[in-house]
Design a protein around this ligand. Sequence first.
Ligand SMILES: Cc1cc2nc3c(=O)[nH]c(=O)nc-3n(C[C@H](O)[C@H](O)[C@H](O)COP(=O)(O)OP(=O)(O)OC[C@H]3O[C@@H](n4cnc5c(N)ncnc54)[C@H](O)[C@@H]3O)c2cc1C
Length: 316
Amino acid sequence: MERKKLVIIGSGPAGYTAAIYAARAELQPVLYEGFLSGISGGQLMTTTDVENYPGFQDGILGPQLMDAFRKQAERFGTKILSEDVVSVDFSKTPFMVNGSQTSFEADAVIIATGATAKRLDIKGTRDGELWQKGVTACAVCDGAAPIFRNQPLYVVGGGDSAVEEAIFLTKYGSQVFIVHRRDELRASKIMAERALKHPKITMVWDTVIEEVLGDNVVKEVVLKNLKTQAIERHPAGGVFFAIGHQPNTGFLNGQLKTHDNGYLVVEPGTTKTSQEGVFAAGDVYDFSYRQAITAAGSGCMAALDAEKWLSEKGLT
Ligand SMILES: Cc1cc2nc3c(=O)[nH]c(=O)nc-3n(C[C@H](O)[C@H](O)[C@H](O)COP(=O)(O)OP(=O)(O)OC[C@H]3O[C@@H](n4cnc5c(N)ncnc54)[C@H](O)[C@@H]3O)c2cc1C
């Protein structure tokens, strides 16, 4: 069995940045980019313009940005494998990392498998329909796009993140509607009050979106009231899912400590997980910021933390 100093799992901004730092530190990292688990290159592969990643004053296309990340990681010698990691064994050292086709022993591991925004399977919102043409799952990322300006915008959800996203969108939309299947918000009291008092936010209670209509962009939503079964069509410029994220940790089989919401626990101010020698970077542990720049930043931290740990153990 081949033994590696460092195996990185995940190929989003966090994983590639960890690889760039680790490869330059001559740790000869292996990076599993994923295959069926998600898109190689991570979440930014599913979007168009990224306008808030520093260094690109005119913005850059998500796939173009991730292609540059990948090439930079390869330039310094990262070995990239187009496989999913299906299981790991952290119970003994060196650790075991099992891909769908290859396996390695690893002195240190960085988990950078990201999180998946939950979506509802609503007609008109699927891939190839209006997904990313006015239907999105990230208001902070996409809200400022011109297509949403001065348009009626619909947020789906009832928790704190739905309220936060709705408040954020009031800067851009003409009116923001929170569509919720119940008759009260699950959000914290303070957040719920902010939404209910906001002059640009309207609650649409007991209601679901049945269908999203449009051509190249979203034009209308079809709403169904769950109490009366009444169906209404309304003009809409955008639909934002705000129903939470799922961190991609299934392959860990419970070997690392997680918060109640499933995100990995790290020692504050570091990327150290509950298992010494295993580090976490990006959206797989960060449920607050969830941005490409913060993911990349923590990828850098994880590589530096791993390098320091390997060196302390005499493993570099
Ligand atoms: C539609 C959309 C638009 C966005 N726009 C912006 C924006 O404009 N600006 C911004 O800053 N942020 C934006 N974000 C958020 C940003 O994409 C994320 O914060 C960032 O990608 C997180 O990076 P990450 O490396 O932690 O994880 P991800 O990008 O989620 O990458 C995780 C990687 O891990 C891989 N993986 C998962 N499981 C396994 C496994 N078992 N084995 C191997 N590999 C695995 C996946 O295939 C994926 O490649 C957007 C997100 C979405 C969904």
